[in-house]
Ligand binder design. Structure first.
Ligand code: HEC
Length: 270
């Protein structure tokens, strides 16, 4: 069997050998552009197999052109930017020669504007999220409790709604709306011994004076429970304590605003 290698329509083969064999194709005498390598394999009885492999030669410099696109319709005078860069085997890559000083396209400006706008939005929303968290955890005087109009002897349903509202505003940031706290960070109030104790005094005192360093269920919480004595009225503490004592399946005796007032004076008088 004989193998013959042709390039394009050349009449004489570039190489002829018994397979298997190797052949070095020198592309320098081929013009830049599309070509075809034709491999003919002839059997001894005369039948010939042919394989055609199209390929492209580029030995000359690469060409970059800006200002005219394929098939573009133009009129008048147009300004073209042309650059050419070499890419021969063995050439060191030289970015300065390869780079064409094309203008920055408009979409790049638009994209950078979009990215900058998103970054600003992100910073503002993060900041706002934190500000809200801090306000909920330790309410500042600015955040006036929405309950200042309620009187201490408000009807029970109003007081229940108030308790839920105060819990949402002042306590849920740490103890969570589910009353389950955050494991290892804030203790749960659901099923908590203080919250479900039949005597609510300790429960009220903790809200009035805060708490630090108590082990709850054999766990020492690192952060303190803030004191709410100066921020919440007797009626508000009554409402939130009774909310905690009835919510999440808790069912403990309730407290009155008078109890809170009594515990408050005890607490302030050492
Ligand atoms: C900044 C977070 C934070 C906020 C806000 C907060 N707590 Fe606490 N609370 C804690 C931490 C921490 C502890 C545990 C402190 C310790 O063990 O020393 C705790 C403990 C308690 C306890 C005692 C539980 C026990 O078994 O001793 C009660 C009751 C309680 N909080 C109720 C409330 C109520 C009611 C509010 C809202 C008025 C509230 N907490 C708001 C963090 C918070």
């Amino acid at each position: 069997m004989r193998v013959r290698l042709f390039v394009d329509d050349e009449s004489s083969p570039r190489s002829e050998f018994e397979p298997p064999g190797t052949f070095n194709l020198d592309t320098h005498d081929l013009a830049d552009g599309p070509h075809t390598l034709i491999v003919q394999a002839g059997e001894d009885d005369g039948t010939v197999g042919v394989e055609r492999i199209p390929f492209t030669v580029r030995n000359g410099p690469g060409i970059a052109l800006f200002g005219l696109r394929e098939g573009e319709t133009v009129r008048g005078r147009i300004s073209l930017l042309v650059n050419a860069f070499e890419s021969r085997v063995g050439d060191d890559f030289e970015p300065a020669r390869a780079e064409t000083p094309a203008p920055i396209p408009t979409w790049a400006f638009v994209l950078s504007l979009v990215v900058a706008a998103w970054a600003m939005y992100y910073v503002v929303s993060e900041y706002r999220g934190h500000a809200e968290e801090i306000a909920a955890a330790a309410p500042l005087p600015v955040a006036t409790p929405p309950s200042t109009t309620t009187t201490p002897d408000a009807a029970p349903p109003a007081s229940a709604a108030l308790g839920e509202q105060i819990y949402g505003n002042y306590c849920s940031a740490c103890h969570q709306l589910t009353g389950e706290g955050l494991p290892g960070v804030f203790p749960p109030l659901k099923g908590d011994p203080v919250v479900t104790a039949s005597d609510p005094s300790e429960h009220v005192r903790i809200i009035l004076n805060g708490l630090l360093g108590k082990e709850i269920d054999d766990f020492a919480y690192a952060s303190p429970m803030p004191a709410f004595g100066s921020q919440l009225s007797d009626a508000e503490i009554e409402a939130v304590v009774n909310h905690e004592r009835r919510a999440w399946g808790n069912a403990a005796p309730s407290v009155t605003a008078e109890d809170v007032a009594r515990l408050r004076t005890q607490a302030t008088a050492p």
